[in-house]
Ligand binder design. Structure first.
Ligand code: 3HC
Length: 706
């Protein structure tokens, strides 16, 4: 391996640049190379100070997550101990200035904090995002961070995992200066000046911000509350709080030892495996078999959205937030005004919550142009149709788009169910047509299902992926199958929940069991939020329950007929007050009972285990069919879809990973039991049978195929 640290000397300052693409993570050999470079610079009599930086696009982005993954799967030696390196940096007899650009995350920030000074480019980000991986900072971050920014800020950073921008980091005391202009030249100048004028202070010796037990008690309590709210059921945030507590109660070295113990407790835990799986799964989704990296995406600077309803408005907002000019077209002035008013109202609410300044909101709103004619659409590089879910209407719009859109424009549909190839076939350019299935609210939800039509061209697919990245979305390429992937799996899950209530469970009992498992919302609450009428329409569109011998859920249709269309109607499976807070509705309980009686469905009680297993195994069984028929490239793509678009707890790794962890034999056995108890809808997916019988997992399958 070539030396991953390049040293140059400029004006008697040694500039050490870690060069370990793509993100300068602390992979095998990197920490020792840094240590040697520091020692060499210290020995060099011509050097009066040291600047440490990252080569390429970033500072050090953290410990190597590949080695953490190995540690999480049972090899504790894989996670390297950075302590000797950090001590060597901090004890260096020459001032060490950390020059940060890009991201200083996790182990990267921990190295930076061991330096004597930190300067950063204005667009740099600094953070301890380890909780996203189910772990805590393991290289003294929980001990040095509170010494630099105080206990409250350190708690917030370690619990939420959110990084600070350079200006915020400066205000918090994490960095000494935000640099304009050439970072390296500025850092060298800074290093030369501090080499002669400033007494070096070691971070580990700064105790003045650590506070007293009395001052800290409410901060720790608030942090635990925050953790319960934003990271429900996750183990790592609590351990990070324990480690920061140790920083305030123990001498530095003992605090570090305590942090290391807590770090390994997390690394060995099930949640770290799951969250690290999701980290890599989210990065795998853009690696598409047959799509070479050399395929260039088409440039996108102008977007047009057709349809100013909830989805259209959300998509336009997502584009404007990403700095894109976007026009929103609707057929009538009234629809356009209503849509635009909603966009404005949502921005106002964001400003009110303090998440955006008024000026920034105004700037974003100014990027959105409401239009009634197709003139603006004709100049767009990407047109996203987001009208009512109806094939006739969408086909009509696609014919119009084909007539007006400029050559090479991407023609996308936000359909959640309809056949993309059928839409493409009404145009003269099916290779330019793709599905972009956003999830509501489109400006918030990270998931984007990219539906690849039979004739979608490779560069169009590359364009869709690049566009998704620009919007900050996680795109998953799926085949043009019925319901695509997320919804195709959700229906069996939802129907099983409905069968459970028809057999005697209540909607709130089912929802409680599912949220108890970790789902963000229960399925009945989801149905009410999405709209009982919407689900009804999708059922018709997808042609579910054509076979009369198939058991079909009965109550949902009745709710639809009664106009109980969910939250927006104030009543659905639940009753809603003016704040849209749900409560159980005796009328629904009665309706369920009567329906079950009329249909002769025997009533019994269900425990949470049965509820969770029936709902989740229905989801997983369909997922196995999807993997088998190639509607996704990998099983882990489904995990990404469910963790980012359907409220599945990421700390359980997504449904397919969860099935692996339960054990596919056990899942398969239960499904066979359900088949005996409830009939053919529970026939196990052949792929599940095969994996169970050969003692393999979905993870094994992904590896075999990669
Ligand atoms: N270790 C190993 N590989 C990493 C990595 C890391 N820390 N961070 C990113 N990568 C890899 C990705 O897997 C990807 O590889 P691929 O091209 O083969 O798929 C490649 O780098 C590029 O990553 P992204 O596609 O995510 O690139 P972006 O430019 O969009 O984002 C980033 C860059 C902001 C650095 C983002 O990758 C990121 O957030 N990385 C994770 C950072 C992190 O969590 N650091 C803490 C690690 S834990 C730790 O440090 C523990 C310590 O306390 C001991």
């Amino acid at each position: 391996m070539t030396n991953p640290v390049i040293t140059t000397v400029r004006d008697s300052v040694a500039v050490l640049a870690v060069d370990y693409p793509p993100v300068n993570a602390l992979g095998p050999g990197v920490p020792s190379a840094i240590l040697e470079a520091i020692e060499a610079a210290e020995r060099n009599a011509d050097v009066s100070a040291i600047v440490f930086m990252g080569a390429g696009k970033t500072f050090v982005a953290g410990a190597d997550i590949n080695t953490l993954e190995r540690a999480a799967w049972g090899d504790p030696d894989a996670a390297c101990d950075l302590h000797p390196l950090l001590a060597r940096i901090e004890d260096c007899s020459k001032p060490v200035v950390m020059a940060i650009h890009g991201t200083a995350l996790g182990g990267g920030l921990e190295i930076a904090m061991a330096g004597h000074f930190r300067v950063a480019a204005a667009d740099a980000l600094l953070g301890q995002p380890e909780v996203n991986l189910g772990i805590i900072p393991g290289a003294e971050g929980t001990q040095r961070l509170p010494r630099l920014v105080g206990v409250a800020k350190a708690l917030d950073m370690c619990v939420t995992g959110k990084p600070l921008k350079a200006a915020e980091a400066h205000a918090a005391g994490l960095i000494d200066r935000v640099m304009d202009g050439d970072l390296v030249a500025g850092a060298v100048r800074f290093a030369r000046s501090v080499a002669v004028t400033v007494r070096v202070r070691k971070t580990r010796e700064r105790d003045e911000l650590l506070g007293t037990a009395e001052e800290n008690a409410p901060l720790f309590a608030a942090a635990r509350e925050l953790a319960a709210k934003v990271r429900r059921r996750q183990v790592a945030p609590g351990k990070a709080i324990d480690a920061i507590t140790a920083a305030t109660t123990l001498p530095f070295d003992e605090g570090c030892r305590r942090e290391r113990e807590l770090f390994f407790e997390c690394v060995k835990g099930e949640q770290a495996r799951a969250l690290i799986h999701i980290f890599f799964a989210e990065r795998a989704v853009t690696k598409i078999r047959g799509l070479s990296k050399d395929v260039q995406p088409r440039p996108i600077s102008r977007v047009a959205v057709v349809g100013a309803g909830t989805m259209g408005g959300g998509i336009a907002t997502a584009c404007a937030n990403a700095g894109l000019a976007v026009s929103v077209k609707d057929a009538t002035r009234a629809a356009l005004d209503a849509g635009f008013a909603t966009i404005r109202r949502n921005y106002d609410a964001t400003v009110k919550r303090g998440r955006l300044t008024g000026d920034a909101a105004a700037e974003r709103i100014a990027r959105i142009t409401p239009v009634l004619s197709y003139d603006d659409v004709a100049t767009a590089d990407l047109v996203i149709e987001a009208v009512f879910e109806n094939m006739e209407l969408k086909s009509h719009i696609f014919r119009e788009l084909d007539a007006v859109a400029k050559p090479g424009a991407v023609l996308a549909s936000n359909t959640s169910t309809l056949d993309i190839d059928a839409l493409a076939s009404v145009t003269s350019r099916p290779e330019d047509v793709v599905g972009l299935h956003f999830f509501s609210p489109a400006n918030v939800m990270r998931l984007l299902e990219v539906v690849r039509g039979a004739r979608t061209s490779p560069d169009l697919l590359a364009t869709a992926l690049a566009f998704a990245k620009r919007l900050g979305k996680v795109p998953v390429v799926v085949a043009n199958c019925r319901g695509f992937v997320g919804n195709r799996m959700m229906f069996p899950y939802m129907y099983e929940a409905q069968f459970l209530v028809e057999e005697g469970a209540t909607p709130e009992q089912v929802d409680r069991a599912l949220t108890g498992f970790g789902m963000a919302m229960g399925i009945f609450a989801v149905d009410d939020m999405a709209g009982i009428d919407v689900a009804w329409r999708v059922r018709q569109e997808l042609g579910h329950f054509q076979d009369p011998s198939e058991r079909r859920p009965l109550v949902a249709d009745k709710l639809y007929e009664l106009g109980r269309h969910g939250q927006k109607a104030g009543r659905g499976w639940y009753r809603y007050d003016e704040q849209r807070k749900p409560s159980p509705d005796p009328e629904v309980v009665e309706l369920i009972k009567t329906t079950a009686r009329e249909a002769g469905i025997p009533q019994r009680s269900h425990d949470d285990r049965e509820i969770v297993e029936r709902c989740l195994y229905a989801l997983i069984n369909e997922g196995a069919r999807i993997v088998a028929d190639g509607s996704v490239q990998r099983a882990s793509d489904i995990d990404v879809i469910y963790a980012n678009g359907y409220g599945f707890p990421a700390w359980r790794g997504g449904p397919m990973f969860y099935a692996d962890r339960v054990g596919l034999r056990e899942v398969h056995d239960r499904i066979l039991q359900f088949e005996r108890d409830f009939g053919p809808r529970w026939a196990p997916a052949p792929l599940l049978t095969e994996l169970a019988q050969t003692n393999r997992t979905f993870r094994d399958l992904d590896r075999e195929r990669s």
